[in-house]
Design a protein around this ligand. Structure first.
Ligand SMILES: Cc1cc2nc3c(=O)[nH]c(=O)nc-3n(C[C@H](O)[C@H](O)[C@H](O)COP(=O)(O)O)c2cc1C
Length: 215
């Protein structure tokens, strides 16, 4: 068993960078664009991985990791199975939160907003850009359902592979979601736990209020 005292003693001083009102962007999308670009340039592992939090009808939150596939003024896009747990939770409650943690850069971005499905043509275009095995995989995996063993996936993949050959169509239960942010937070680790946190809140006139939060 791991020594719990040694876990409690794990701590790190964050000293790489700072985030100020003066040097940050007035538009959070531009700040995100800059930080994601820096995470990619720094070659952090899986810079495009983000945690997605949803809330079920029983009011219990749940999280999982998904990959960002696009972002612009309309929102942040990822792809998944609409019948998965997250899909069912989003169907019942469209409010969700995303979080990126770029450990090596000592940075976190948190994004909250309302989620909608992307138009079918947009999902088709992305689906058709995926490698063949991923496209077959979307058919083969009844995501989040209980299955009797791995063999189910292997058999499904063989069956759908034989059925669709090189041109599987996008399953109607698979596609994109877009979260339209109304709240962003950018966290930069600093020395002595005096971290920088800037929060951007969407105002009714479509501008952004930028405020510093205590760490
Ligand atoms: C790095 C990483 C990236 C992932 N990307 C996706 C993704 O883009 N879409 C997806 O449906 N699942 C993705 N997954 C799997 C999910 O984390 C999760 O297991 C799955 O979507 C089922 O979640 P749910 O049962 O809460 O709906 C990824 C997992 C990891 C570790």
């Amino acid at each position: 068993m791991l020594d719990h005292t040694s876990i409690a003693d794990l701590r790190k001083s964050y000293e790489r960078a700072e985030l100020n009102e003066d040097a940050s962007q007035a538009d959070p999308l531009m700040q995100f664009d800059q930080w994601l670009g820096e995470a990619i340039s720094a070659q952090v592992p899986e810079p495009n991985a983000m945690t997605l939090a949803t809330v079920g009808s029983n009011l219990r939150p749940s999280t999982r990791v998904v990959l960002i596939k696009g972002f612009d003024a309309q929102g942040i896009v990822w792809y998944t199975n609409y019948a998965s747990r997250k899909g069912l939770e989003l169907a019942g409650n469209p409010y969700a939160a995303l979080q990126f943690h770029w450990v090596e850069l000592e940075r976190v971005v948190r994004i909250e907003g309302v989620v909608e499905k992307v138009p079918a043509e947009e999902s088709d275009a992305y689906f058709n850009s995926r490698p063949l095995d991923s496209r077959i995989g979307a058919w083969a995996s009844p995501q989040s359902e209980v299955i009797s063993g791995r063999g189910v996936l292997v058999a499904n993949a063989a069956r759908y592979g034989a059925r669709f050959m090189l041109n599987p169509p996008r399953p109607t239960h698979w596609g994109g979601y877009r979260l339209k942010p109304d709240n962003w937070q950018f966290w930069q680790g600093r020395k002595s736990r005096l971290h920088d946190r800037l929060r951007y809140t969407l105002l009714s006139d479509a501008g952004w209020l930028r405020e510093r939060l205590a760490p």
